[in-house]
Design a protein around this ligand. Structure first.
Ligand code: PGA
Length: 283
């Protein structure tokens, strides 16, 4: 494993096409955490820490009640705000649901769709994910469409089959132009919130497979220009090696985005060097 000492050396080694075509996206997924006062306190502190970081897109995906206040607090910063889910209908008698149009109207730019917790705890299917993705695009939101296998599926050598089903069903039926407005997140279910990260090599290999599926569906140009994030126990300790992999275009971070210092480190991943104390990169 190569450990870069100099951030510029590291940047040079980054995959050429990624630097040219796929700006890294560092996205936090707060899940069901924080209350309003903590949200505002975090946002005021975070924007001071990261607003000047170049060549990276920064996003916080927060619970619905905090979206509007978060957008207001961050309006003078480059940090974007997204939601963690939405319903595909634009309005109507759908108690408890929130539409893409509502999210757009409060200033959201992104929405996570088909996160494994939605798929597994709320029974969302890839057909639902497809409808939500199309609805998000219709409201000018960037959908971050999540896919990933369970431990049982990986151990029974079904990772490719599961990903093929999820990618083709979740993203099928749209044009290449629409696909270019989406982001894909590969999140192995066994690595989410478990402290067990896919090794950078495992993640890259699987993401190359996801990119090959996009190539089959939308052609090479679209596949090369689509950002694929990795998610699952990403931390300051492992982000450098993950981001050094050519097919990883950013990270979707749960636990480590809740703390302002650790999320700042992830956004500034290019500044992390091999000398940093307690730096354990792999595993
Ligand atoms: P984690 O969550 O970083 O806490 O593993 C990632 C996610 O679920 O998006």
């Amino acid at each position: 494993m190569v450990h870069f000492k100099d951030p510029f050396e590291k940047m040079e080694k980054e995959d050429e096409s990624r630097r040219n075509l796929r700006k890294p996206l560092i996205a936090g997924n707060w899940k069901m955490n924080k209350v309003l006062t903590e949200t505002i306190e975090y946002a005021l502190d975070f924007k001071k820490r990261v607003s000047e970081v170049p060549d990276v897109e920064i996003l916080i995906c927060a619970p619905f009640p905090f979206l509007s206040p978060l957008v207001k607090t961050l309006e003078d910063s480059p940090i974007k705000v997204g939601a963690q889910d939405m319903y595909w209908e634009p309005h109507g008698a759908f108690t408890g649901a929130v539409s893409a149009q509502m999210l757009e109207s409060v200033g959201c730019s992104h929405v996570i769709i088909g996160h494994s917790e939605r798929r597994h705890k709320f029974g969302e299917s890839s057909e639902d994910v497809n409808k939500k993705t199309r609805s998000a695009l219709g409201a000018y939101l960037t959908p971050i469409v999540c896919v990933g296998e369970t431990l049982e599926e990986r151990e029974s050598m079904r990772t490719e089959e599961v990903l093929r089903e999820q990618v083709t069903m979740s993203l099928g039926g749209q044009t290449g132009e629409e696909m270019l407005k989406c982001v894909v997140a590969y999140e192995p279910v066994w690595a989410i919130g478990t402290g067990r990260t896919a090794t950078p090599h495992q993640a890259n290999e699987t993401q190359l497979y996801v990119r090959s599926l996009l190539k089959e569906m939308f052609g090479e140009d679209v596949a090369n220009r689509t950002r694929i994030l990795y998610g699952g126990s990403v931390k300051p300790d492992n982000v450098v090696d993950l981001m050094a992999e050519p097919s990883i275009d950013g990270v979707l971070v749960g636990g480590a985005s809740l703390n302002v210092e650790s999320f700042e480190k992830l956004v500034k991943y290019r500044e992390i060097t091999a000398e940093e104390p307690g730096d354990v990169r792999d595993g």
